[in-house]
Each structure stands twice: as C-alpha cells, then as structure tokens.
Design a protein. Structure first.
Length: 119
C-alpha cells in the first residue's frame, strides 16, 4: 500500500504532512518501527549502517525496506521518518563507555543531519 500525501508541497514531518495520513497510521508506524529497531544490535555511523541481530549491516534505506517487508501496510516514508527519529533519540544500542557514547552521538547526529538533508 503506497500512500501519497494529499499535496506534494507538504513538508515532511510537518503537522499537515502527519495529518495527510489516515487516522492513527503515523503513530502505528512509529510503534512498529521502534519495535523493529529493538533488533538492531549496534550502529556503524562511519559506514552509515545499522547492524541487525542476524548479522546484516544495512543502510537506512535497506533497513526501511526490511521493516516495510514485515509491515507492508505502512508507507515507507513513515518508516523512514521514524527510523531517522530513532537515530536522533540518543538511545543507542550497544555497551559503550561514556567517551564512546559521546563520539557515537556526534557521528550519529551528523548521519541524521545528512539523512534529513542538513549539511
């Protein structure tokens, strides 16, 4: 199921964009995306990969496709928005020291900015 927002001029993430989806779909996509990323064991922000519990290292877009395959009724643009939001939440997987966490946070922030089109 592909859902196109009502107007191509809507800004992704804006209230109008969120409301362009059927009632509850935005929140459902968030819940299912966050449940899916529980299977991410760690991040590789240098190579821009998510390392999944099955050993696969996938890019954001590959991870969106992976999550979308399990939830075909979710629009991929919602999965992508929530996956990037998860990256930005600072709740990173893996056992990291405080110094490693700071370095990882900087790398992940740069990664998320790049994904959001902020250079």
């Amino acid at each position: 199921m592909s859902h196109e927002p009502k107007s191509p001029s809507l800004v992704i993430g804006s209230e109008e964009w969120v409301e362009s989806f059927p009632e509850g779909l935005y929140d459902l996509a968030m819940v299912l995306t966050l449940q899916s990323v529980e299977k991410v064991e760690r991040l590789d922000p240098i190579n821009r990969k998510l390392l999944w519990d099955d050993g696969k290292a996938l890019s954001i877009d590959e991870s969106v496709q992976r999550i979308g395959a399990s939830h075909p009724d979710l629009p991929v643009e919602l999965i992508r928005v929530h996956l990037i939001g998860w990256l930005e939440m600072d709740d990173l997987p893996g056992d990291l020291t405080e110094d490693e966490m700071e370095e990882m946070d900087e790398l992940v922030s740069a990664w998320a900015d790049e994904l959001n089109g902020i250079r």
